[in-house]
Design a protein around this ligand. Sequence first.
Ligand code: GTP
Ligand code: MG
Length: 222
Amino acid sequence: MQCENTTLSLLKVNDFVAKAIRDRLPDVLVINVCSSPGSGKTTLMQETGKRLQNRLNMAVLVGDPETERDAIRMREVGINALQIVTGGMCHIEAQMIYQALDHIDLTGVDVLFIENVGNLVCPAAFDLGEDYRVTLLASTEGDDKPKKYPRMFLTSELMVVSKADLLPYVPFKVDNVVADARDINPDIEVITLSSLTGEGMEAWCEWLVAKAETKRRVAIAA
Ligand SMILES: Nc1nc2c(ncn2[C@@H]2O[C@H](COP(=O)(O)OP(=O)(O)OP(=O)(O)O)[C@@H](O)[C@H]2O)c(=O)[nH]1
Ligand SMILES: [Mg+2]
């Protein structure tokens, strides 16, 4: 009972900070990118940066238990990126994002991506002040994951089936994951793509541009 109360109050604190993040970024589209380790989050950020460099200004806060490797990879392709080292923690909490906002220049930024720690369980429980949660599921992970990790798919607006170039070589049925994900969350959108071949990247980029425009329009009207 004691434990339940502690968990509840910690999540309430997180929600309070998540609201403060939303208040701080009224005209920046914030996307929380989640997945298992290695599903292709950083590679997708790199390719998105290359494709949208003339259309959207983007920045990335990237969380990992250790190392600055992902932020370095993104900076190498010209993306404004800051690493959050969680010191072994399996997810990012809103407080980490709130503090990181003081250390990244968001002047003129249209989209702030948060690359969460690779994990399909813990990140699902923490609102980071995002507008949209996007969960990647790679073709190499098996098509049984949405039903095994339902909270992640229940709380995501978009499921990205990544590494589509490997679909011919692995026993993974896109129809099965879409059916399972929509069983959990009937409204979840789905984009299938490959950061390597570029298949599906246009649909992903158009999705982002549309969401960024809507966010900007709403902010101007407010
Ligand atoms: N075949 C194929 N490989 C990919 C694709 N996207 C990423 N990869 C490879 O998958 C591996 C992991 O990619 P990352 O982008 O580092 O994955 P991540 O989700 O950021 O990993 P963590 O941050 O450690 O959770 C790398 O070797 C990538 O080159 C893709 O579309 N197709
Ligand atoms: Mg990464």
